[in-house]
Each structure stands twice: as structure tokens, then as C-alpha cells.
Design a binder for this molecule. Sequence first.
Ligand SMILES: [Zn+2]
Length: 355
Amino acid sequence: MFDKTTWIRLPRNVVVGHGVLSETTDAIAELHLGGRPLVVTSPTAREVAGERVVADFADGGTEPATVVVERASFGAVERVIETARETEAGFLVGVGGGKPIDIAKMASDSLDMGFVSVPTAASHDGIVSGRGSVPEGDSRHSVAAEPPLAVVADTEIIADAPWELTTAGCADIISNYTAVRDWQLANRLQNVEYSEYAGALSQMTAEMLVDNADSIKRGLEESAWVVVKALVSSGVAMSIAGSSRPASGAEHLFSHQLDRIAPGAALHGHQVGVGSILTEYLHSGEAGRWKNIRDALAGLGAPTAAAELGIDETAIVEALTTAHAIRDRYTILGNGMNESAAREVATTTGVIGGK
Ligand SMILES: [Zn+2]
């Protein structure tokens, strides 16, 4: 008997382009959400985009509530939840870089409310996916919630964000290569369900980004376009898979460990990029394409070594030897690396020990 079922949750409206911030309220109106909007933003993003969104809502006859969050923390999520209740909000609009969006996403998950993503930077694929996490003590609190109902990404605004945020977004996409390899490995060794379609889409997204690397340059608005489209397509791959597997393998586990060992030292995307060099080497050794990954990152101006991340070498080795244990996700790290093996792969790939 055929009894397979699948449930794919995708954003309904994805609006990307020059000046599209002014279309935010239209993109939201089409969703037929009830109630008052609560705009979740950060001090900088409020100036750059949040105030304009609030004003556009007001022009249309809706008075949104606003909450400004300074940093990603569990307390900030709680504060957004309280504000949503006090202001009788009907849905949440996250306006900002990664943090306000992660916070809004997590709050909307607990509130069981709709969520719209208005990124002002293209720093990681969380702007279009359901995944979100904020630090809590020395660990992270994560959710695997639904993706945003709509994404409005104004390339004019995103192109103005600090350049390293864009290179971090690129590196997060390049890490799809190793994420897919880990997923295939888990499928072969552990019978983890693999989706050919989601795997191929994720891999193709990374390839297209690398092929278009020439149009990814500081000061070019086209960069924002290429990166946002790739982040959207990564998000779609995760929606199809119903998990973060297409975009998150051992390189992400490594990065989560770095977040614990050296909190705030480097951007998520930059950490997973370096992680991808290391885990690609573990997959296929010296002859493999770890050098292609390293060169692609270097070409975009993303870090390829510990020193560029601002993370010391012992932290890299510690992250490599402990990453396998932090979540039940089978990857090339298997049951874990010992210290000398970790030191060797990090040295051979030039991640530690200078060049
Ligand atoms: Zn990521």
C-alpha cells in the first residue's frame, strides 16, 4: 500500500529587488492576516527600514506596534512575546539583520502567530528558513519553526549593509556542498531520509553562487540580488526536505561549537565556511574539492583560516573534536575526531598554522 505523505511549507510571497521595501505592506495585505502588526526591529534597522514600514502601515490605516531589540537573547524573545500580548498583535514583522528576524521568528512560534521577514542584510539563510536560534547561557535555544509567510528583501538596503555580512551569507550558501554530502552519507549509513530534489536544489544553489562570484563585489547592488536569491533557494530546499539537512551538516555543528567556545568572535556564515573546508577534506581527502571551497571563499573575501575568524587554534581543534556530540545528526564526524586527527586536518587545509 502506498502510504507516503509529505507536507511542504513555503513562503507565500517572496519579493526581492531594488526599492521593494515600499511593497512590504502590499505583500502582507495579500496574506489576509488578521489583527495588528508588531514590528520587531533593532536600533539600526529601525532607522534604515523599520520606521518606513511602520509609516506605510499607518498610511494604510493600520497602527502597528513596535518593539526594538538590542541583542539576540532569550530575554529579548520573552519581551517580544509580552509586547505582542499587551498590544494584541495579530502577526509579527521582523525587520533587520539576523537578530530581529530570529527573535521575531522564535516569538511567533511560541505565540502561534504569522511571521513576515524583512531582512536588511543577507548574512545567513535564516532570513528565509524556519530555523532560528538565540544564545541561552552557554548554549543556544533553537527552533525549527515554519518559514516566514512572506519575505521582502530590498536589495538597495541590503547592498548598504556592512560587506562582511554579505560574504557571510555567501559562505553559508557555499557550505551547502558539505551539508548535502553529510546528508547523503547519513542516508547511506543510517537510512536517514534523503530528498533527491532538495539535495540537488541545495547543491545547485551553491554552484550558481560560485559561478556568479564575479558579480559579487563590494558596492555592487547586484551582489545583494545574487546572494538573496541563493538564500531563498536554500530556504526552499529546506522547506522541501522538511528539515535543515540540505543546508546544515558537520560544518554547522562545528560552528555551533565555536559559538560556545568563542562566543561572538566571528559571524555564523564565516564559521560554517571554514567548517566546510575542513569537512570537505574529511569527506574526500587531499584530492577532493576542499581547495575549490577554500578558493571560492577566498575569492569572495570570506575567511578561510582561524586567524581571519579571530579564533585561536585550540578553539578550532576543540570545536572539531566535540562537534559530533552536540546533536543527534549523523555526519562525516561520525563518533568524533581525536585531537591529533583534528589538528592534522586543520593544519593540512591551512585553517591553522599559518600558510
Ligand atoms: Zn547556516
